[in-house]
Design a protein around this ligand. Structure first.
Ligand code: ELE
Length: 319
């Protein structure tokens, strides 16, 4: 039995040392990042059985991704692209404090994963998975991946697997209108929707009171659960007629990239462990806050650390 299967692109992330500019640096640190594998890593590190499905170039770069994800306990079902022009997507990340901000440059067009079809993906893990997760980044990458995303969500749903989807809007990949239309076409195959409040406003035109936005989405698309992430204002979920709210836990931020994925990984890991929606929100928020203290996209955390954040903030003192 697999607890969670995720599907999407994983890239190499290349960053200059802190304080250096991309246009001047002679050094780039290499890390691994991709929304769906970030979620798989968080879930695996928190004790769940997680499998990531994707397509990778049959090269040292593809093998690098596999060895990094495996080192965190993620299982993989990968279609290998042996063609001469097989590509691994990369992204450049320049960390900048205020007023510069952090900037991302993608170099991911025509990556091997963009041609992945349901027929070639070894998706056997889906047969007995409890949860299938993918995000709005995946269908943004190509027409083929849009179709494959829908086919996998459908297949998971037909097998009785709970499907979870984070909008994860990326304005460098498509317009709000294109994204909104695609999201809505996928919603009939989604049980658990995760949406940043700003993505719901930008792409779906859902603005106003957060509880109303979440309830409106739940009602209009018949989701089982809607989770709205609200940055500094915390998160909330609607499920089974109840509203649950969660504050953010303070964090000294070293690297904010991957916070949203850590939240989703923590949330789903707790639900898979039998936690209720309220426990899962707390667990997601704690995983996200710990991630912010760690360099790289991945939530390199332990279940004990996550429990400690939740307990300390529930009034306990760690002595
Ligand atoms: O594929 C992409 O375009 C990505 O952006 C991959 C990102 O590294 C993560 O998805 C981080 O996203 P957050 O957790 O929201 O910080």
């Amino acid at each position: 039995m697999t607890d969670i299967v995720t599907f999407g692109e994983t890239m190499l992330r290349l960053s200059p040392p802190r304080g250096e500019r991309l246009e001047r640096t002679s050094e780039l640190g290499v890390r691994t990042g991709g929304a769906e594998s970030n979620v798989a890593v968080a879930a695996a590190r928190l004790g769940r059985d997680a499998t990531w499905i994707s397509k990778l170039p049959d090269s040292a770069l593809g093998r690098r991704i596999v060895s990094e994800l495996r080192s965190h306990g993620v299982r993989m079902d990968v279609a290998w692209d042996g063609s001469d022009d097989a590509r691994l997507g990369t992204y450049y990340l320049e960390h900048g404090g205020e007023p510069r901000g952090t900037d991302v440059i993608y170099d991911r067009a025509d990556a091997s994963v963009t041609t992945a079809t349901p027929g070639e993906l070894p998706a056997g893990a889906l047969d007995d998975a409890s949860v299938f997760y993918t995000s709005g980044i995946t269908p943004a990458l190509s027409q083929t991946l849009g179709e494959t995303t829908e086919a996998l969500l459908r297949a998971a749903q037909e097998r009785g697997t709970t499907t979870a989807f984070d909008l994860n809007y990326r304005g460098k990949l498509w317009s709000p209108m294109e994204a909104g239309e695609r999201y809505e076409s996928l919603f009939p195959h989604v049980d658990v929707l995760v949406a940043a409040e700003r993505d719901a406003a930008t792409c779906l035109g859902r603005e106003g009171d957060a509880v109303e936005v979440a309830n409106g989405l739940l009602r209009d698309f018949d989701f089982e659960t809607v989770v709205l992430t609200r940055g500094e204002s915390g998160s909330l979920a609607v499920h089974d007629g109840e509203v649950y709210e969660q504050d953010v836990y303070d964090a000294e931020t070293f690297d904010p990239i991957g916070t949203g994925d850590a939240f989703v990984g923590g949330f789903l890991a707790k639900r898979l462990d039998g936690g209720d929606v309220s426990d899962a929100l707390a667990y997601g928020a704690a995983t996200a806050s710990l991630k912010r203290t760690v360099d790289g996209d991945l939530a390199v955390v332990t279940a004990e650390e996550v429990d400690a954040v939740v307990e300390r903030n529930a009034g306990g003192i760690s002595r």
